[in-house]
Design a protein around this ligand. Structure first.
Ligand SMILES: [Zn+2]
Length: 916
């Protein structure tokens, strides 16, 4: 699965209450697990989703009648069969159990439903006999849900050519929703083979996990067919999938990879070339993984389908992946390199799941980090072979470890391995980003201390259904043969603390004082919140200035680690940044690192330079570990830094604080300091994008120019204005590189006249491509003219030019700009009723107001913000939203505090260092 990264509204207090209530319930008083007395071996699933009533007698539109035959093996004598079911209705009189060794029918005495556990229990007159096989036949009614986006549900797309809305039926069974479509043993460890048969009208076609083997007319239903699909390999129910649609498809070149790979999407998408990129990428990835893991992809074919109504970013169903369109469809005329990177990563992730997740399945939901962590990690490895222009291996640290540590300190983080709370619906947020990012970080760290070969061999030895303990045991065996682990430790003993608890340690490195005679360095750990009760077993990769090779050492609690070093040299602890922790050096050691960065920065590995910035720029605020000035000092050498992965944490942190400087403190001081550094690197990359240039350098340039133009650096503003002027002279020929368009529009509009706004607005109206249109809109938002912005808001809300989601994103962007906030306040003052109507209630307005609050940071701003909230107390006192408003006020108070504590210090530092 891949998470959907568009959560805008702050997480609700109500969610937390739900968790609280659940916590108060007696835990594990009943078992939610199915008894392990029967083992499903094979399913025949037959479902008839009614997407049209043409040719149908007496069936309701969007009903989905079905039958399931389950071949089960009896492991222990038992007098009932317990299955999962959330279908509408079971025809009890048709339920049948047959003893396959005798052919006799097993007598049923009653059938019960346990709605809390979603069990369907068939009680039998006699005990089933161990080792015998039985056939369970159940006939039921399920539905194509119009209200949910899981189980079997309806999705839609707009047929542009005919300007109509088309519907399709699609499934999403992860994590607990196969039971909504058919009765089954719906737990991940019950692996079975599946033969799926789907009924559909002639105007549709169907796909499932395996290739279709027959299509037969349905007796009594004119123009309807039963499509039967080949048996799958053994797999859990949550990986079963089927789609009934009128989609088109494009197939891969079979001479490049022998198994069929198809992209499924609305026909116009296929005809206009939106599937061409993925249809080349996907087979290349499958081939890469086959070579990497020395194992053939297990299914006969792979289909990748675009689904417009989807609660996740993508899902790895065996042989039939589903994707949000933006993660599968790409066009070089409208998509940026940044979006091509995201798409490539998601496809790479889902195809890695064909090994981690589908072939090796976590035995229970609590261990889903295993599949998400491995798939996320290997998506970078897969991309390194298929899309090396993005230099993906350089981005593992920034995109997994740094991103994970940022969220793994918050109060709402959670351990990777979920605690089993009994009810699997309540056990975990399966969509949690922590699973992906920290999961991948753990794989990265294990690879760091075990080595690539041990990790790969351990994985290849894993059984089809796995608990993290099994995997750790296997890895221990390999590691012991190579003497990698600390004495008397297993991989489990090392990894349990990292995976069963949230957070991470901070490693402190202290040399001896220059006045003493000693030359010992001491390495110790503290918990990230400052408490000293930190007991992680920490793998260290140590690099020293006068030593050529990397040393591998362990920091084993409760002791600190001490060894001799040369006090005149630097020492680096987390070489290549494979460890999931932060490192802080004492003043003398920091000075030596700084000296090395300024004289020859490449001596420090790229990953470590990047991690050093992330560690120091994070810990400089709201902790006592690092002085702000010491963290900023590392940025001095950046004019020579040409690696994007090092600039990522720098830009991330600077952009976060930029809002306090814009219009409040002194932007000039930042501009003067950063100008020579950014300009030097832009000159190195080249300000102009080459004709055939692709990949990371395009993204790097765009991010740097974004920063430069935001700081009003002259070279950047001039370049943006020049590109915009060329376009306005010849509107039919837009040569602005796609990755720079929003930035160029925004810069030109911010400094521009009403004529420029009018020109851009006309282009916006004339543009038919939604993505290109949205880029112009994001530029229009940057105008600083309140009357132009008022006009824009009227167009967006009063006469909707965009759908609600797009409107939300426009308002959120407006909230990030000083003039935008002013325009929004005026607009809400005059049109609050219209907005509440447009957004179906006050929650969206409250979320926008919250977004605005993140930018206010003076007492005056707090006062006028409070006055605004009071003017609209009718909206903001509503209990549905009052908690968001409270959060917003708290945020402004924290911002004021931040400016008082750090703002002035930062400003002073930049002023004092701007001539260096
Ligand atoms: Zn996944």
């Amino acid at each position: 699965m891949f998470f959907r990264d568009d959560r805008f509204i702050p997480s609700s207090n109500e969610d937390k209450n739900v968790v609280k209530e659940w916590d108060q319930l007696p835990q594990k008083s009943i078992s939610y697990r199915l008894p392990k007395v029967l083992k499903p071996v094979h399913y025949n699933v037959k479902i008839l989703p009614i997407l049209t009533t043409e040719g149908v007698n007496n069936a309701t539109l969007y009903s989905a009648p079905g039958e399931v035959e389950i071949y089960v093996q009896c492991l222990e004598p038992v007098n009932n069969i317990t299955l999962h079911s959330r279908v509408q209705n079971i025809y009890e009189n048709l339920t049948q159990i047959i003893d396959l060794s005798t052919g006799e029918i097993v007598e049923i005495i009653k059938q019960d439903y346990d709605e809390i556990r979603e069990f369907y229990i068939i009680s039998l007159e006699h005990l089933l006999v161990s080792a015998r096989k039985y056939l369970v036949k159940i006939t039921f009614d399920s539905e194509v849900s119009l209200t949910r986006q899981d189980g079997l549900y309806r999705s839609h797309y707009v047929d542009v050519e005919h300007n109509t809305t088309k519907f399709l039926a699609v499934t999403q069974f992860a994590e607990l929703n196969a039971r909504a479509a058919f009765v089954c043993f719906d737990e991940p460890e019950f692996l079975a083979t599946f033969n799926v048969t789907i009924g559909r009208h002639v105007s549709f076609s169907s796909v499932s996990n395996s290739p279709m083997i027959s299509s037969q007319p349905i007796v009594g239903m004119d123009s309807w067919y039963w499509d039967t699909f080949a048996a799958t390999v053994p797999m859990p129910t949550y990986l079963v999938a089927f789609i009934v649609s009128d989609y088109g498809s494009i197939e891969s070149d079979l001479s490049q990879y022998e198994k069929s790979v198809r992209i499924l999407a609305p026909k116009s998408n296929i005809q206009n070339g939106y599937a061409n990129y993925s249809v080349n990428l996907a087979p290349l990835l499958l081939k890469t993984y086959e070579q990497l893991f020395q194992l053939d992809y297990a299914m006969e074919k792979m289909d990748l389908a675009a689904i417009y109504d989807f609660q996740h970013g993508a899902m790895e169903h065996y042989g039939l992946n589903t994707y949000l369109p933006e993660n599968l469809l790409y066009h070089p005329m409208s998509d940026t390199e940044k979006s091509r990177f995201q798409l490539s990563q998601v496809v790479s992730h889902e195809l890695a799941h064909q090994y981690f997740g589908n072939l090796v399945v976590p035995e229970w939901f609590t261990g889903f980090w295993l599949k998400e962590g491995f798939a996320t990690y290997f998506s970078f490895v897969g991309m390194n072979y298929t899309t090396p222009e993005f230099e993906p291996l350089d981005l593992i640290g920034t995109n997994t470890i740094q991103a994970a540590m940022e969220i793994d300190v918050a109060g709402n983080s959670h351990p990777l391995q979920f605690t089993d709370k009994g009810n699997p619906h309540e056990t975990a947020d399966y969509n949690s980003v922590v699973l992906y990012l920290k999961g991948a970080s753990m794989v990265r760290m294990m690879e760091g201390f075990l080595g690539w070969n041990v990790l790969l061999e351990g994985l290849q030895d894993s059984h089809s259904s796995v608990h993290q303990d099994n995997l750790f045991d296997t890895l221990t065996e390999y590691a012991n043969s190579l003497d990698i682990l600390p004495e008397n430790y297993t991989v489990k003993m090392i990894m349990d603390k990292w995976t069963l608890e949230s957070g991470f340690p901070i490693i402190l490195v202290n040399g001896s004082s220059p006045s003493s005679n000693s030359s010992d360095v001491t390495i110790s750990q503290v918990y990230y919140n400052g408490s000293s009760s930190s007991e992680w077993v920490v793998p260290l990769r140590i690099l020293q200035e006068d030593v050529n090779s990397t040393q591998h050492l362990w920091l084993v609690p409760p002791n600190a680690l001490t060894f001799q070093y040369n006090p005149n040299n630097w020492i680096l602890l987390n070489s290549e940044a494979t460890g999931y922790y932060r490192v802080v050096y004492d003043e003398q050691l920091s000075f030596h690192l700084l000296r090395q960065l300024e004289s020859s920065h490449e001596r420090i590995p790229t990953g470590s330079r990047s991690q050093l910035f992330d560690d120091y720029l994070t810990l400089a605020f709201n902790t006592d570990f690092v002085e702000l000035e010491a963290a900023l000092a590392f940025t001095k050498y950046l004019a020579k830094e040409t690696k994007y992965s090092v600039w990522i944490p720098v830009l991330k942190h600077m952009n976060t604080y930029m809002k306090y400087f814009i219009g409040l403190l002194n932007l000039d001081a930042l501009q003067v300091y950063w100008y020579p550094r950014v300009e030097a690197v832009i000159t190195f990359i080249g300000i102009q994008q080459g004709n055939a240039e692709a990949g990371l350098s395009v993204i790097f340039r765009a991010d740097l120019l974004d920063f430069a133009c935001m700081l009003d650096m002259k070279f950047c503003v001039q370049y943006a204005n020049q590109l915009f002027a060329e376009w306005s002279e010849n509107p039919s020929q837009n040569n602005i590189p796609l990755d720079l368009r929003t930035l160029v529009y925004c810069t030109a509009l911010r400094n521009g006249t009403s004529q420029i706004f009018d020109f851009a607005y006309k282009q916006f109206q004339d543009e038919s491509d939604e993505k290109l249109k949205s880029q112009i809109l994001n530029g229009l938002i940057c105008s600083e003219s309140l009357s132009d912005l008022a006009r824009l808001l009227n167009e967006v809300i009063i006469t909707p030019i965009s759908d609600r989601n797009q409107a939300v994103s426009i308002l959120a962007t407006l909230a990030s700009k000083p003039s935008g906030r002013e325009a929004l306040i005026h607009f809400i003052d005059e049109n609050s009723d219209t907005m509440i109507d447009f957004f179906n209630g006050p929650l969206t307005i409250a979320a926008i107001v919250y977004e605005m609050s993140t930018y206010y940071c003076t007492v005056e701003q707090l006062n006028s913000f409070q006055a605004f909230l009071t003017r609209h107390s009718d909206i903001f006192m509503d209990p549905e939203v009052s908690w968001v408003v409270d959060l917003a006020l708290e945020t402004v108070r924290m911002n004021i505090q931040w400016v008082e504590t750090y703002g002035q210090r930062m400003l002073t530092w930049f002023l004092n260092n701007s001539n260096m």
